[in-house]
Design a protein around this ligand. Sequence first.
Ligand code: IPE
Ligand code: IPE
Ligand code: MG
Ligand code: MG
Ligand code: MG
Length: 388
Amino acid sequence: MAEKKSTTKKESDKKTSTKTKSEKKTDNKKTSSTKTGAKKTSGKKISSKKTDNNSMLDEIKSYIENTVIGMLPEPDGMSDPVRNAMVYAVKAGGKRVRPLLMYLTYKAFSAASNSQTAAEQTAAPGSQAEGADNSGTAEKSAAPHDKAVEYFMAALEMIHTYSLIHDDLPALDNDDLRRGNPTVHKAFGEDVAILAGDGLLNYAYETAAKSFISCPGDIDVEKAVFILASKPGLYGMLGGQAVDVVLTGKRPTAEQLSYIYSNKTAALLECAMTIGGTLAGVSGENLDKLQNAAYYIGMAFQVQDDILDVTGTVEELGKDVSQDKKNGKITFVTIYGIEKAKEYVKQASLLAIKLVDEAYATITPTPQTDEYISILKNLITQMISRKN
Ligand code: IPE
Ligand code: IPE
Ligand code: MG
Ligand code: MG
Ligand code: MG
């Protein structure tokens, strides 16, 4: 993965088209503190007992929620005005799609690495087994990156939340409502909102870096940090936001639209699934497949977001509707219409599932990984008709 440069992917290969042929999978995307870990962070371990998919998904969601909230910064007095805004934004909720995709990918593809575990975990000071912060989350028999994936899930959700705080600012989309609450600049003022976004971005890396303590010298963790550093950046989410902002009020070409969506939105979903895959030991072509799957999920996700801006309700979305029109944003829906947009969401999501299946077909499954892959695929399917 190290030599796969996520920053050099060919945007021209990733058209926002309604073409469905699975061969698009070959769209040749280039692939891919000091208080370290001392805080009680995470929720209970997910039980592996057989339950139906939906109740297991609920259990996973609550585990992720506890993990993300548990890793937020503690108050220290002086910096609390910004820290409180950071915590407000993350605690407001949200679907936690990115950590969910990371976790399900990690668990579904962890089969190959399950066997190496306990011995590796017992060794290093501060390691998972010794447990700077085990809090029941990493059994002795768990995969070696169970603790690291928690740090990365929390970090990615912090980065995503920072992107929302800044996206909502008066200088960008000028939104008043987010996750059912007043936006951060409305609640805390614009100055604090800018700093709270900066704070979450920085704290995300402080959090992810704790994996170096739980997994010292671990190459997969190093690769995951690289992914976490690149996907949200100039050649990822930030680049997409940049073009989105610059083209406000103008009609983007198909290539520009594709660039915006694949970066402002798909890049963080690629970040989620490639980190999940990398921590599970997936590499090479299979990691490319996971990245391409995440790309299609991300494209579908943004098109659905555009649809919901037109058809959704404030109550369901927790954010104001008709904001794209208000802001002069020409979206996929503006250009192609709602019906084509819906069809695109469906076909891109089916393509993503096909790519996930192809990657999964190359590993040696276990009953446990079968369960996780099935939940992952159900989640992707549910996202086609999501209402928020
Ligand atoms: C909103 O993301 C921004 C987009 C990329 C469309 P989400 O729809 O994942 O927002 P939350 O996290 O659930 O609030
Ligand atoms: C924003 O896209 C994507 C981000 C990187 C934050 P939108 O501007 O469409 O997201 P919403 O509709 O405000 O959530
Ligand atoms: Mg925006
Ligand atoms: Mg917005
Ligand atoms: Mg939107």
